[in-house]
Design a protein around this ligand. Structure first.
Ligand code: SF4
Length: 346
């Protein structure tokens, strides 16, 4: 591997040319060296602790028609659900009793819950537990984001999916990249720990377009980054497209770690769904977060953004045990703090 690239990586100072060089690496020793650099950077800036987050998919109702997503509005093969307010709070209390420190509330982009209802749910959770709350609920108005921040939401994940305008339009026929970025800027301005992220090897995506994502991540300076492979879903316009690969997803995770240094970086379920040891490999490539799905079984099957999700059939408690064992097996520890962004003091 090019010595200049190695030095620049350790400085966290990669240009577009460096990023393209890394994405094009094909020799397995070079690729392993890239992963080893990103793991060193993880160790230096993030330490060995892995943060386990509890994920709750509160609704699969969505007003959007993203061309890759199994819960897109026009998919009539999926039953729609919305969890009850009391049910969400009850699960949050149980997770808190089980020592979880973060609840991630994810859902389609919709008005299934009014902004006030979501604010009320969060206020109750914050009053009755000491958990951090993350929202992952799509694009909403500045005023709604403000309301939820004031109610106590700590973090907001809004993956940009691709930082290339043409590809964004191809993936999201009813979306505009500039609007997405404006929403991300609003979240940051309001003081959220803000998460961006992208899909790897989405249909027609080129290496240049992947470099756009890493440059966007480098320049936006997010608190969190969610990166996973594109996975084909039968009930979408992209039903004949190929899945993203393990290797390219790991390269993108490695580059995200190198350019952000200290961002919270989940080893995603999507990666685990395409590669047997994907989650472990993600942790060995610089990731420091794992999310475990606690959506009740009666709903979980309908939140199928992509098929064959790794977490579908197994009891989450078994998954927690397996993940904990896996974390220990690679010499890492499970974090006991809230795992807030390292860019803020809490
Ligand atoms: S990716 Fe998100 S916004 Fe797009 S259709 Fe799926 S749930 Fe809705």
């Amino acid at each position: 591997m090019n010595k200049e690239f190695i030095d620049k990586s350790y400085e966290g100072n990669l240009s577009r040319e460096d990023i393209i060089y890394a994405l094009n690496l094909s020799d397995s020793d070079d690729i392993n060296q890239l992963f080893s650099i990103s793991n060193d950077i993880r160790k230096k800036y993030c330490g060995d602790a892995v943060h386990i987050r509890a994920l709750l998919e509160i609704s699969n109702i969505c007003r959007r028609n993203c061309n890759y997503c199994g819960v897109r509005k026009d998919n009539t093969h999926v039953s729609r659900y919305k969890m009850e307010e009391e049910e969400i709070i009850e699960i949050a209390l149980k997770l808190n009793a089980d020592s979880f420190k973060t609840l991630v509330m994810q859902g389609g982009e919709s008005e299934a819950f009014s902004p006030e209802t979501l604010a009320r749910i969060v206020r109750t959770i914050k009053e009755k537990t000491d958990m951090a709350v993350t929202f992952s609920l799509g694009e909403h108005s500045y005023d709604d984001y403000k309301l939820w921040k004031e109610a106590g939401v700590d973090r907001f994940l809004l993956r940009h999916e691709t930082a290339n305008k043409e590809l964004y339009k191809y993936l999201h026929p009813d979306g505009i990249l500039d609007t997405r970025i404006e929403a991300l800027n609003n979240l940051k301005e309001l003081g959220y720990q803000t998460g961006v992220g992208c899909m790897v090897e989405s249909p027609t995506q080129t290496i240049e377009q992947m470099a756009d994502d890493i440059e966007f991540i480098r320049d936006f300076k997010p608190h969190m980054v969610g990166i996973g492979p594109y996975i084909m879903h039968e009930d979408t316009p992209f039903k004949s497209e190929k899945n993203g690969t393990r290797e390219m997803t790991l390269k993108m995770l490695a580059l995200a770690r190198i350019v952000t240094k200290d961002a919270l970086l989940p080893s995603t379920t999507a990666l685990a769904s395409i590669a047997k040891d994907g989650q472990k490999e993600g942790l060995l490539t610089g990731c420091d977060v794992v999310m475990i799905n606690f959506t009740p079984a009666k709903y979980k099957y309908f939140y199928e953004i992509y098929p064959n999700k790794k977490c579908m059939t197994e009891d989450p408690k078994n998954i927690v045990k397996k993940v904990t064992d896996m974390i220990h097996s690679i010499g890492r520890t499970v974090a006991t703090d809230h795992g807030h962004s390292r860019k803020i003091k809490k």
